[in-house]
Design a binder for this molecule. Structure first.
Ligand code: PLP
Length: 344
């Protein structure tokens, strides 16, 4: 197997508008920045992390019991823990494709057989393909809600069908983009012991650099997974930033509202007007299929905007474009207009 190596080279925010990693496109809020500065200046960096009441705080925010939640080093660690704890050689994972690379990476680490029903732009999540792939060796089913790179949502009904059809498998619902989509299956945790939900402070909350995620499930699962996670896996600055963020959620709310209610509709309308194909998305990114993706990517890069090429099931290259503020989207549209008119 190969290493999971995202294309991080040359991502200089002073040179480029970064629309290639689904990140927040504005610096973090003042209150998070100040909390970090205060902590650094408090003379406690020589101590090991201690997590205080952060689990209770996130549980209250998410509407679960404290015992139903654990913090993780980004949601990547939550995903990794589920794979490590739930499956071993001889087991199978169902990972609909295309999807977030971490799932297949974790499956490869455990040497699992992977079955990959395909997403479709028109019909969305391949529910029938997932259900028909379930067998007695299935131990993990990944449901990214919404999915990356296509932004496709999965209905609660479909998730319940999977939970019922695979009672012996861990059904991993990845709600990485929860505050953009604003739909969750957290309320199913008490009814389905095979449900595990990962979330993160990387996307909507804007602190991917600090690696702060969390995992929610039945209390018995959390108790077991805590045996697999290390006692200091989440660093103290991530805790400080996350607590500051939860205490003042207004900044996150204002930003996500602008992205989803102003900026994204503006970009969708532009794409529709130009007849550029894109996948319907419930997240802060659109997977777009211009006729000449390489040239468009180059034109955007030359004008100071980075986007991410991603291939579909037929090998066609689409550009996954993160949506930022309305002003940033207007800039992207202007660059695309100029490229269309002048070829540069
Ligand atoms: C669907 C999905 N899940 C999880 C992650 C990982 O997020 P984190 O930074 O919390 O590890 C990403 C990051 O791009 C993602 O797109």
């Amino acid at each position: 197997m190969g290493a999971y190596k995202p294309p991080l080279e040359g991502r200089d925010p002073d040179r480029f508008l970064l629309l290639d990693f689904n990140e927040r496109t504005l610096p973090i809020s003042q209150c998070i920045e100040q909390a970090l500065i205060d902590y650094i200046q408090s003379g406690r960096l020589q101590m090991y992390p201690s997590y205080g009441d952060v689990v209770a705080q996130i549980a209250a925010y998410s509407g679960v019991e404290e015992q139903q939640l654990m913090i993780t080093n980004g949601s990547d660690q939550g995903i990794d823990l589920v794979f490590r704890a739930a499956a071993q050689l001889g087991h199978e994972a169902i990972i609909p494709e295309p999807s977030f690379a971490m799932y297949t990476q974790c499956a490869a680490i455990e040497d699992l057989k992977v079955i990959s029903p395909q997403y479709d732009r028109e019909t969305g999540f391949p529910i029938e393909g997932v259900l028909s792939a379930i067998n007695e060796r299935t131990r993990i089913i990944c449901v990214a809600n919404p999915n990356n790179p296509c932004g496709t949502p999965v209905s609660k009904d479909d998730i319940v069908r999977i939970l019922r059809a695979a009672p012996d498998a861990a059904v991993l619902v990845d709600e990485c983009y929860y505050e953009y989509m604003r739909e969750t299956v957290v309320d199913l945790i008490s009814s389905y012991p095979n449900l595990l939900i990962t979330r993160t402070f990387s996307k909507t909350w804007g602190i991917p650099s600090l690696r702060m995620g969390y995992l929610m499930s039945a209390a018995e699962n959390i108790e077991s997974l805590l045996k697999v996670r290390g006692p200091y896996d989440i660093n103290q600055l991530a805790i400080v930033a996350c607590q500051a963020a939860l205490e003042s959620p207004e900044d996150m709310q204002t930003y996500t509202r602008e992205v989803m209610e102003e900026s994204k509709p503006l970009f969708e309308k532009y794409l529709e007007d130009k007849g550029i194909v894109f996948w319907p998305s419930s997240a802060n990114y659109l997977w777009t299929f211009p006729e000449n993706p390489d040239d468009v990517e180059q034109a955007l890069q030359q004008a100071g905007v980075l986007v991410r090429p991603k291939k579909d099931a037929n090998g066609a290259v689409g550009l996954r474009i993160t949506i930022g503020t309305k002003e940033q989207t207007e800039k992207v549209i202007q660059i695309l207009e100029d490229f269309e008119q002048h070829g540069s």
